[in-house]
Design a protein around this ligand. Structure first.
Ligand code: FES
Length: 330
């Protein structure tokens, strides 16, 4: 996954005021965040997200869906997830206009490549948020793209009116499956032929992304891009057969042992080495850390195949080591 700012590279926090809350669809609200002093906000690129501080130390990452040329505001949209871990309930129940939120500067693990011949976008449900910012950017570039937007019903389709009008309408197809994926988009047919020079971007529920991954398995390496916004909801678990290994934090020279049933992140914390983390399940990229020596056993969903093969970064919340010693840039 391309990245124009490696997550974890900045801890800068912004205090922003909620200027507007809008119902975008059944269960989906958008929140417009502005500088309380009326100034501009740091720039972002299409596909970027903000880490939002919630209550009780919770943080969640929400993709920006407004036009990246805007410098006066950020817009995020949040789906209420009744069985979630509390982030969406907080946003829906407690965040009103006038409330101040603390957020990170924008980070992007899902950046658009420049100069593709065409772009194929597939969004599922609330996964429309980064894709919408991308389509806005592609409209400005005059790029060739097509968006397939999958949702259960018209009522659960956020930004339906906007995407049904100019300049989006000729490029957008809506797919409503009523909750039965078998009645939804035919991914095999859609992705069977690979248009030369096309890049595919997908964000949505894990089931949709898995189906896209399978249907696009024959696409050239580096042309298929995913943004995960939810995982299993559980911290990373050990795999059967996991082995202990030696972990070295190069800057302090500290040498630690990572047992088979512990994560690198927890061992680092125990030894007083703090690494920012949010999801703890390999989907947010917050904990990405440089690798100096050794071969990681990548188990995250944020690095793409090429980045995993390069072994320069590791998600310490979930990944492990294939070698008996792993040296990190910490
Ligand atoms: S904390 Fe989210 S990827 Fe590691």
């Amino acid at each position: 996954m391309a990245s124009d700012q490696t997550s974890g590279s900045t801890n800068a926090r912004l205090k922003l005021r909620v200027a507007e809350v809008r119902e975008e669809a059944s269960g989906i609200r958008s929140f417009t965040l502005v500088d309380p002093a009326g100034g501009s906000v740091p720039p972002f690129t299409a596909g970027a997200h903000l880490l939002v501080d919630l209550e009780n130390g919770l943080q969640r990452h929400y993709s920006l869906c407004n036009d990246p040329v805007e410098t006066h505001r950020y817009v995020i949209a949040v789906l209420r997830e009744p069985n979630g871990r509390g982030g969406s309930s907080f946003m829906h129940d407690k965040v009103r206009e006038g409330v101040e939120l603390t957020v990170s500067e924008p980070r992007n693990n899902f950046a658009l490549v420049d100069g593709a011949k065409s772009y194929l976008m597939i969004a599922g449900g609330i996964g429309i948020t980064p894709i919408l910012a991308m389509c806005r950017a592609l409209n400005r570039r005059g790029a060739d793209y097509r968006l397939h937007y999958c949702s259960r019903t018209v009522e659960t389709t956020a930004f339906r009116a906007e995407l049904g009008g100019e300049p989006f309408a000729p490029r957008v197809g809506f797919h409503h499956d009523g909750g039965d994926p078998a009645k939804g988009i035919d991914l095999r047919a859609l992705l069977e032929t690979v248009p030369p020079g096309t890049h595919l971007y997908c964000c949505g529920p894990n089931g949709l992304m898995k189906a896209v991954e399978q249907a696009a398995a024959h696409w050239p390496t580096g042309t298929v891009h995913f943004e995960f916004f939810s995982g299993t909801g559980e911290p990373a678990q050990p795999h059967p057969g996991d082995q202990p290994f030696e972990l070295v934090a190069a800057k302090s020279g500290k040498v630690m042992q990572v047992p088979a049933n512990r994560t690198i992140l927890s061992v680092l914390e125990e030894n007083g080495i703090h690494v920012d983390s949010v999801c703890q399940e390999g989907i947010c990229a917050t904990c990405l850390t440089g690798v100096i020596e050794g071969v990681p056993d990548h188990r995250d969903l944020v690095l793409d195949a090429q980045e995993k093969a390069q072994n320069k970064l590791i998600a310490v919340c979930c990944s492990r080591s294939k070698t008996s010693r792993l040296v990190l840039d910490l």
